[in-house]
Design a protein around this ligand. Structure first.
Ligand code: PA5
Length: 447
């Protein structure tokens, strides 16, 4: 089996190999802190050995709950936000047929997982309720804290709808809660209502939780092989466990930090495969919440190429030279499509006749890389043999491990997110939440 590979050769006009390697002792120290829990945020290191610690029985339990939902529901709404949403969304989109949501019932490629609670869009929720009217649906409600406003609103609405469609007793068989072992409103509700529950371990933070039931349950409901996903993560756990030399996660972490120290403050995660759009969203949360603090941090952004070459391409080619790109390069496609010959050749495309669409895409990728490197954009390339469960599992763990190392290289606590609370405080004060009276008076005086 091939491996995911990291190539940093095309960064060497901006930083030297020696500058990257100079970070090796710091990276080794970061890895030690991740292994022995001697660094900042050590209460949240449960993800480090998570893949190898997942038991067969645990996977069987998740698969059984997924089967129950699949057997009884045409749609399953996964409710969650941030780390309780993006990992499942990324994997499902990465593996699904591009038109899975539009496939008719009975088509094996149809995806029955819908996401909610990741926004407070009134139209989104209203239209979702309208879609589910009279339909067989179920709910996976995911919240570690059990108190997050966005999923709580969505759950309140959909729970009421499900109960009015099925009655309370039947509805409770189609609701699964994924939450903290003991604390929080959702845990209490699940206990009172008798929902099937799964635990998010205390020591795994939201953005590192895709390989817990947070991600695995919706992914299994969507029909994908969670054992292969976990196997991939295990492979990468083993490949990145020890030593900096030959360790792809350490190489990526060292290179992006060397670039950051050389003034490259923005990292653009690039894909040439639209199925990876939400993988980039997951990656942005992982790195954004882990590193953007104490006035520091590489700003994580993303583009889908070639689509965004027609919108952001100009900026990347010639704008401020504070960026670097990390390209997710998928080697093979799942299907084969050949460009046909057209005798009239009015579009002048006969030079491509007989070539596969992916051959054109690969030349677009190569051409873009050369152009951007010529334009002063350092390029890290991550090669993924194919979009499969195993390789996505590898990629997830690769980025998690690299994120832990990178956060310590940056000198921050990669496992907290104190800044996320600021908007919540204001929102609650503006909405007159009990307990926020003083803050309400202060904020309203500003308006
Ligand atoms: O990574 C994180 O901790 C956050 O993004 C959380 O996942 C997000 O805020 C949702 O929190 P919860 O699962 O408690 O509802």
């Amino acid at each position: 089996m091939k491996n995911i590979e990291v190539n940093v050769k095309e960064t060497l006009a901006a930083v030297t190999g020696e500058q990257i390697q100079a970070l090796a002792p710091e990276a080794a120290n970061a890895m030690k802190m991740l292994a022995d829990g001697s660094g900042l945020g050590s209460d949240f290191l449960g993800w480090v050995n998570l893949p190898s610690e997942i038991t067969d029985a645990h996977l069987s339990d998740i698969e059984a709950a997924a089967k129950n939902l699949r057997d009884n529901c045409d749609y399953v709404v996964a409710i969650g936000i941030g780390g309780s949403y993006l990992g499942a969304k990324a994997v499902i989109e990465g593996l699904s047929d591009s038109f899975a949501q539009l496939r008719p019932e009975g088509d094996a490629r149809r995806c029955r997982v819908i996401f909610a609670g990741q926004n407070i869009g009134e139209d989104y929720l209203n239209e979702l309720q309208d879609l589910l009217k009279g339909r067989k649906f179920g709910i996976i409600v995911i919240s570690k804290s059990g108190t997050t406003t966005e999923p709580a609103i969505a759950f309140r609405l959909l729970k009421e709808q499900l109960e009015s469609q099925l009655g309370k007793a039947e509805a409770s068989k189609r609701i699964v809660a994924v939450t903290d072992a003991a604390r929080g409103a959702l845990r209490q509700l699940a206990t009172e209502e008798g929902y099937k529950t799964f635990v998010i371990p205390d020591n795994v933070g939201g953005r590192f939780s895709v390989l817990t039931p947070v991600g695995l349950l919706p992914i299994a409901v969507a029909g994908f092989d969670i054992r292969a996903l976990v196997d991939g993560a295990r492979r990468m756990e083993a490949a990145t466990a020890e030593g900096v030399e030959g360790n792809p996660a350490a190489l990526y972490a060292m290179t992006r930090n060397a670039l950051y120290r050389a003034g490259k403050k923005i990292e653009i995660l690039v894909n040439f495969n639209p199925k990876l759009h939400f993988f980039a969203e997951w990656w942005k949360q992982l790195y954004g919440e882990s590193e953007g603090k104490d006035g520091k941090g590489i700003y994580p952004s993303s583009v889908d190429f070639t689509t965004d070459l027609h919108s952001m391409g100009q900026w990347i080619q010639e704008g401020e030279r504070t960026i670097f790109e990390t390209v997710l390069s998928v080697e093979t496609t799942a299907h084969k499509t050949v460009i046909p010959t057209d005798p009239a050749n009015l579009d002048g495309l006969n030079f491509l006749a007989g070539k596969r669409v992916d051959e054109v895409n690969k030349m677009a990728e190569l051409g873009t890389r050369l152009a951007h490197v010529d334009g002063g954009v350092p390029n890290i390339r991550i090669t993924i043999p194919a979009l499969t469960e195993t390789y996505l599992g590898e990629l997830i763990y690769f980025f998690e491990k690299a994120c832990g190392i990178s956060g310590y290289l940056l000198g921050v606590n990669p496992f907290n997110q104190p800044g996320v609370e600021a908007y919540k405080r204001n929102m609650f004060a503006l909405l007159d939440k009990p307990g926020y009276e003083e803050a309400s008076a202060v904020i309203k005086a500003r308006l």
